[in-house]
Design a protein around this ligand. Structure first.
Ligand code: SAH
Ligand code: SF4
Length: 340
C-alpha cells in the first residue's frame, strides 16, 4: 500500500523523502504544494523534477478522500459530502460570511452522544475520523474556493472530545502547516469534562465552545445525554478553571427550543449558574430536522428577549445567524447519508 502524505508534518514528509534518498528541502516543497496550494496530484508539482514526480506517484499518495457532491446554498454557503477511503461519508461546510469564510469540519462519522434535537445524533455512530481525514475536509474545500477560508470551527458531525487526539493533531496541522491562526480555530464540545481539562493544560490560544442548552441537570440529561456522566456542577467548575487558567473567554452555545429551554425559569437558572465565569453566550435558533420527537424553534422575538435579559445581566450574548439552511447544511442538520 502506498504511504499517505496528507496528515504528516513537513518534517515527517521530509523523513519519507529520505527513504528515496532525496534531500529534506524537497519535503518542504511537497508540503507547500499539499498544504498551501491544495494540490492533490504529484504531476502538478511543477518545481519538482519529472523523475521524482514519477517516483513519488509510485511510492506515495497525497489523499484518499474525495468530494462526492457539493451543494451551494442561496446565501453562498456550500455543503460538501466527502467520501472516505472505506466508503463512509462525512459532511463539511464552507460558510460564507460577509467579511470571511469559515470551514465547519466533522470529527466523526455520526455521533454517539445522541442529542435528540440533532440530525447527526439521530443518525448513529460509525467511527472516528483520522487526523488526515479531518484536515482533508479543509483542504478539499479550500482547493475549490476562490476566497481564503480563514476560520475553522469543529461544529460538523461528531463530538470532537470523543476523538480528542485526532482532533488536536488536525488543529496543529491546520495551524502550523496550513497557517490558520489558533485564535481563528474553535472547538465545540457537548461538555466532555476530562478533555476540557486536558485542553486547558495544552495552553492553546484557540476558542472553546461548550454546548450547554440548559443549566438544569434534569433537562440537560435529556437534551445532551453525556450530562449524566458530566454533570453541570463539575462542568461549570471545569469551565471556570479553564477560563481562569487560559485567560480565554468560553462560549456557551444554547439552542433555543420552544417551551423546553426558553422559559423564564431556564433564563434565571442560566444567569445564576454562570456567575463568575468569563464567558460569552451564543443563542442558536433551532434548525428543523426529521425526527420522531418534535422540537420547535423558539420564535425570534422571544429569542431576542432572552438575549436582551442575558445581556442586561452582564453576559455578552450573540444570536447565531443560520447559514445554509436551504440545503440542510446548517447546525445540527448534518447526518450520515450513506456508509459502508
Ligand atoms: N458535537 C459538538 C459539535 C457539533 S454540533 C457539540 O455538540 O458541541 C455544533 C452545534 O450545533 C452544537 O452547539 C449543537 O448543539 C448545535 N445543534 C445541533 N443540532 C442543532 C439543530 N437542529 N439546530 C441548531 N443547532 C443545532
Ligand atoms: Fe453529537 Fe453535537 Fe449532535 Fe449532540 S449536538 S448529537 S454532541 S453532534
Amino acid at each position: 500500500m502506498k504511504e499517505l502524505l496528507l496528515g504528516k508534518t513537513t518534517n515527517e514528509i521530509s523523513a519519507q523523502l529520505d527513504k528515496l534518498n532525496e534531500p529534506a528541502y524537497k519535503g518542504k516543497q511537497i508540503s507547500k504544494w499539499i498544504y498551501q496550494r491544495y494540490v492533490r496530484d504529484f504531476e502538478k508539482m511543477t518545481d519538482i523534477s519529472k523523475d521524482l514526480r514519477k517516483s513519488l506517484t509510485d511510492n506515495f499518495e497525497i489523499s484518499n478522500s474525495s468530494v462526492a457532491t457539493k451543494i451551494e446554498s442561496e446565501d453562498g454557503t456550500t455543503k460538501y459530502l466527502v467520501k472516505l477511503k472505506d466508503g463512509n461519508t462525512v459532511e463539511c461546510v464552507n460558510i460564507f460570511q460577509p467579511d470571511h469564510h469559515t470551514a465547519c469540519l466533522s470529527t466523526q462519522v455520526g455521533c454517539n452522544v445522541k442529542c435528540p434535537f440533532c440530525a447527526t445524533g439521530l443518525s448513529g455512530f460509525k467511527r472516528n475520523l483520522t487526523p488526515d481525514e479531518i484536515l482533508d475536509q479543509y483542504l478539499l474545500m479550500q482547493g475549490q474556493s476562490e476566497e481564503r477560508i480563514s476560520q475553522v470551527v469543529f461544529m460538523g458531525m461528531g463530538e470532537p472530545f470523543l476523538n480528542y487526539d485526532a482532533t488536536l493533531k488536525s488543529v496543529h496541522l491546520l495551524n502550523k502547516e496550513v497557517g490558520i491562526g489558533m485564535r481563528h480555530i474553535t472547538i465545540s464540545t457537548s461538555g466532555i469534562i476530562r478533555n476540557i481539562e486536558k485542553l486547558m493544560n495544552e495552553k492553546l490560544q484557540l476558542n472553546l465552545a461548550v454546548s450547554l442548552h440548559s443549566a438544569d441537570d434534569e433537562l440537560r440529561d435529556r437534551l445532551v445525554p453525556i450530562n449524566k456522566n458530566n454533570p453541570l456542577s463539575e462542568l461549570f467548575y471545569a469551565c471556570r478553571k479553564y477560563a481562569d487558567v487560559t485567560k480565554r473567554r468560553i462560549t456557551f452555545e444554547y439552542v433555543m427550543l420552544k417551551d423546553i429551554n426558553d422559559r423564564r425559569e431556564d433564563l434565571e437558572k442560566l444567569i445564576t449558574r454562570l456567575k463568575g465565569i468569563h464567558c460569552h453566550i451564543n443563542l442558536i435558533p433551532h434548525n428543523p430536522i426529521y425526527s420522531a420527537e418534535k422540537f420547535e424553534a423558539t420564535p425570534m422575538n422571544k429569542i431576542k428577549e432572552f438575549q436582551r435579559v442575558l445581556s442586561d445581566a452582564g453576559y455578552p450574548t450573540t444570536l447565531r445567524v443560520s447559514r445554509g439552511s436551504s440545503t440542510d447544511a446548517a447546525c445540527g442538520q448534518l447526518s450520515v447519508i450513506q456508509g459502508g
